[in-house]
Design a binder for this molecule. Structure first.
Ligand code: FES
Ligand code: FES
Length: 157
């Protein structure tokens, strides 16, 4: 049995502690925000935030995920979107959508640490979150749009 904190709630899950966190989030907790892409920590689409830091959940064993985990589902509060989610809509950042969990969660961790990043800091912070549809410029514009807007501390901070 593994105990983990996800989006403000505690869950007890009967799984092998060596199971990837991504599998537990999707298969046991039915949280479909984090996606399976490469399964090797290379693409970023499975990203969640653990204790304020972006983490690739496909390579984190659930038994070691002892911190406060935030998934995409945990960003909106009481029906109010995270500023990044609204900016994503305003900028129409998405194409096929497959990578976008990783884009938004990595951006949230970036803005929590650096609320007003420069273009260079955004590029550096988002490096390695791959998008085969090449949405990088619109993702960058959405992050700029959301930068500096207040969020509640529970959003992955
Ligand atoms: S699925 Fe985790 S980094 Fe690609
Ligand atoms: S929007 Fe299609 S992979 Fe990024």
């Amino acid at each position: 049995m593994v105990s983990l904190r996800v989006n403000g709630a505690t869950h007890e899950v009967d799984v092998d502690p060596a199971t990837p966190l991504l599998y537990v989030l999707r298969n046991d907790l039915r949280l479909s925000g984090p996606r399976f892409g490469c399964g090797l920590g290379q693409c970023g689409t499975c990203t969640v935030i653990i204790d304020g830091v972006a983490a690739r959940s496909c390579i984190v064993n659930v038994g070691r995920a002892s911190g406060e985990i935030t998934t995409l589902e945990g960003l909106s509060k009481d029906g109010a979107l995270d500023p990044l989610q609204q900016a994503w809509i305003d900028e129409q950042a998405v194409q096929c959508g497959y990578c976008q969990n990783g884009q938004i969660m990595t951006a949230r961790a970036l803005l929590n640490k650096n609320p007003n990043p420069t273009d260079a800091e955004i590029r550096q912070g988002m490096e390695g979150v791959l998008c085969r549809c090449m949405t990088y410029y619109r993702v960058q514009a959405a992050i700029k749009r959301a930068a500096g807007r207040p969020v509640t501390p529970s959003r992955g901070a």
